[in-house]
Design a protein around this ligand. Structure first.
Ligand code: ZN
Length: 174
């Protein structure tokens, strides 16, 4: 006798810290298999930053790397490609020796668009395209739909000044 499919199986999986770890492992194995794991790497959802999606930090001793992901990306309204690229972006930094004990390959973590070029060369072009479109079109409206702005009569002006000051470094703080 045929059983009815469990409707719960069709539901999207909630994005928890455990889900993040699984996603990090999946991305590492699938797209960065040549990059050795040389210390303890931890990942979790972090602050709901307005102009940063992720960060990567190395402990002083070098024994631990911490990857923090903007907790607003746990919302299932955000396309999965946005969170995949955010994690993969930090893995590129790790592979280049930023936020990791690996030898540093470049002087600056973001010089010459090295991160998007490496993501594309590792086979993440389609995901990168979704990431770029969604973050440029929807990020700020999504942010303000969840983190309401205090209405002090000049909020719009503050938003634009902030955005212009942050231009060119939206993404992370590696
Ligand atoms: Zn970066």
């Amino acid at each position: 006798m045929l059983s009815t499919p469990d409707p719960a199986l069709a539901l999207p999986v909630p994005r928890t810290d455990h889900w993040l770890e699984t996603e990090l492992n999946f991305l590492w194995e699938s797209f960065f298999p040549d990059i050795p794991i040389v210390n303890q790497v931890e990942i979790s959802f972090a602050r709901p930053w307005k102009s940063r999606l992720g960060l990567i930090r190395l402990s002083e001793s070098g024994s631990h790397t911490y990857i923090g992901i903007n907790r607003l990306l746990s919302d299932l309204q955000v396309p999965s490609q946005v969170i995949s690229i955010t994690i993969a972006h930090e893995l590129v930094h790790y592979s280049h020796g930023f936020g990791s004990p690996l030898p540093r390959k470049y002087k600056h973590p973001h010089c010459g668009a090295i991160v998007p070029r490496e993501l594309a060369s590792r086979g993440l072009t389609a995901e990168l395209q979704v990431f770029k479109e969604w973050t440029s079109r929807h990020w700020y409206s999504f942010y303000f739909s969840i983190v309401p702005q205090r209405d002090n009569g000049r909020s719009g002006g503050r938003f634009w000044r902030y955005e212009s000051r942050e231009r060119g470094r939206f993404g992370d703080s590696a």
